[in-house]
Write a protein that binds this ligand. Structure first.
Ligand code: SF4
Ligand code: FES
Length: 238
């Protein structure tokens, strides 16, 4: 039985009923940038890096069902310029000072900036001053690098059964909070082997005492660019 197809940058991509554009593209070995989407969770739709153009309209590929015969534009100069702007906004809103960050080389935000050839921050930095939470014996939280993808919130709630994290506030006052009366990670049942401890795409949730352990040249995105690393491997993607 032949499956329906849509066109992604002029090339045919098969899909199953109900599959989103991003999922179908990944299954076909085609990368569409994404930061807040993760295969274990429903689409979140917050980062907008997966923006594509369908019939002249901008949509989020992670949350838009594939339709037979649709013509989807993704890897075009126009869309990639828009993605670069989104990245630049993320970089200036937080304190993403890669040379001093131990997630450098393993960070999806940084890897995407390399992939999309972002060369300047372009906008004025906000320089937020959010206190670091080092209360937990095993894990450090640097809230200044959060991109509000909510992956830790979802992983903690849905996979670890703990609900350690929450996003609170609105707009520019949005922040990641720890669900404890004290607001401290040490006062939760969070553990270093929780799914939520390993899911952060940037450098917020960091294991203590293992920083800078991987030599330069051997970190995840030293070896291959994000658009290759992010595609599903035969043994399953994380
Ligand atoms: S801490 Fe990491 S996983 Fe959690 S919302 Fe922020 S960027 Fe996403
Ligand atoms: S991956 Fe689609 S909005 Fe973030």
């Amino acid at each position: 039985m032949s499956r329906s197809t849509f066109l992604l940058d002029g090339q045919s991509v098969p899909f199953d009923d109900g599959q989103m554009i991003l999922e179908a593209a990944r299954a076909a070995g085609r990368y569409i940038p994404h930061l807040c989407w993760h295969p274990d969770f429903p689409p979140h739709g917050s980062c907008k890096l997966c923006v594509v153009k369908v019939a002249g309209r901008h949509v989020s590929a992670c949350a838009t069902p594939a339709r037979a015969g649709a013509e989807v534009e993704s890897d075009t100069p126009e869309i990639n310029t828009e993605r670069r702007t989104l990245l630049q906004m993320l970089f200036v809103e937080g304190n993403h000072f890669c040379p001093a960050c131990e997630k450098s080389g393993d960070c999806q935000l940084q890897a995407m900036a390399y992939d999309l050839e972002m060369t300047t921050p372009r906008f004025r930095h906000f320089f937020p001053d959010r206190p670091v939470d080092a209360s937990h014996p095993e894990v450090l939280l640097d809230f200044n690098r959060c991109i509000y993808c909510e992956l830790c919130v979802r992983a903690s709630r849905e996979q670890d059964g703990k609900a350690v994290f929450a996003l609170t506030g609105r707009g520019i006052n949005k922040k990641l909070a720890v669900n404890a009366e004290s607001g401290r990670l040490a006062d939760t049942d969070f553990a270093a082997d929780d799914k939520a401890a390993r899911i952060c795409p940037v450098g917020v949730i960091l294991k203590k005492r293992v920083g800078f352990a991987v030599p330069i040249g051997e970190r995840t995105y030293d070896r291959a660019p994000l658009h290759e690393v992010a595609l599903p491997k035969p043994e399953g993607d994380t």
